[in-house]
Design a protein around this ligand. Structure first.
Ligand SMILES: [Zn+2]
Ligand SMILES: [Zn+2]
Length: 178
C-alpha cells in the first residue's frame, strides 16, 4: 500500500504531478529563489554538493524525502552520504531556504517553494501536490486563536486519494443523495 517504510527512508520513485490540473485551482509552480544569495546571507558556503542537493529538491514537485534527494544527488556525487544530504536539507530548512512539510508517513518531507501555497495530500501514496487558490489564501484565522497564539503561517491541507491510487476496489463509497 504505502511507498513508505518506517526507517526514515522512502521508496518513492515517481516525481511528477504536472498532470493534475483542476478548473479553477492552479497547481503551483515552484517560485524562483536566490539560492546562492540566501546561502551567503546566512554564512553558508556554496559548494557543488549543496547546489546539487538544492537542485534535486527544486526539480521535484512532490516534496521529496531526504532519501529521494540522496538518491538523486548520489548519481552526480557517488561518494556523498545519506547523513550529509539529510543534514544539509535540515540546514537549508533552518535558514528558511526550504521548509519541512506535514507528512503522515513519519518520513520528513521537504518543500523548496517558500511562497504561500496549499497542499493536496494523498493518504495512500503520500504524494503531496502544491496548489494555489485565492479562496484558501483568504480564509480567516478565528480571533480566539490569534489571541491565544502567534499565528506565523497558514496552509490548507486537503487529504485525498490521487488518481494513481484510486483503483476501482479502493474507491470511496458514493455520496448518498437526498
Ligand atoms: Zn496516491
Ligand atoms: Zn508545497
Amino acid at each position: 500500500m504505502s511507498c513508505f517504510t518506517g526507517d526514515g527512508r522512502d521508496r518513492t520513485e515517481h516525481c511528477s504531478a504536472g498532470g493534475y490540473r483542476m478548473a479553477s485551482i492552479k497547481v503551483a509552480e515552484a517560485a524562483p529563489w536566490d539560492f546562492i544569495g540566501e546561502c551567503r546571507r546566512h554564512g553558508l558556503k556554496v559548494t557543488p554538493q549543496r547546489m546539487a542537493i538544492y537542485s534535486a529538491l527544486k526539480g521535484c514537485v512532490e516534496h521529496p524525502s531526504a532519501d529521494f534527494v540522496y538518491r538523486q544527488v548520489k548519481k552526480e556525487f557517488p561518494g556523498i552520504s545519506f547523513e550529509t544530504v539529510n543534514r544539509t536539507l535540515l540546514t537549508f530548512a533552518a535558514i528558511g531556504l526550504i521548509s519541512v512539510v506535514e507528512s503522515t508517513s513519519g518520513v520528513r518531507r521537504f518543500d523548496p517553494d517558500m511562497k504561500s501555497h496549499h497542499h493536496l495530500h494523498c493518504i495512500r501514496c503520500g504524494r503531496i501536490i502544491d496548489i494555489r487558490d485565492e479562496g484558501f489564501d483568504t480564509i480567516d484565522v478565528p480571533g480566539q486563536l490569534s489571541e491565544m497564539y502567534r499565528i506565523v503561517g497558514k496552509r490548507v491541507v486537503l487529504h485525498m486519494i490521487c488518481p494513481d491510487c484510486l483503483t476501482p476496489e479502493s474507491s470511496l463509497p458514493e455520496t448518498v443523495q437526498g
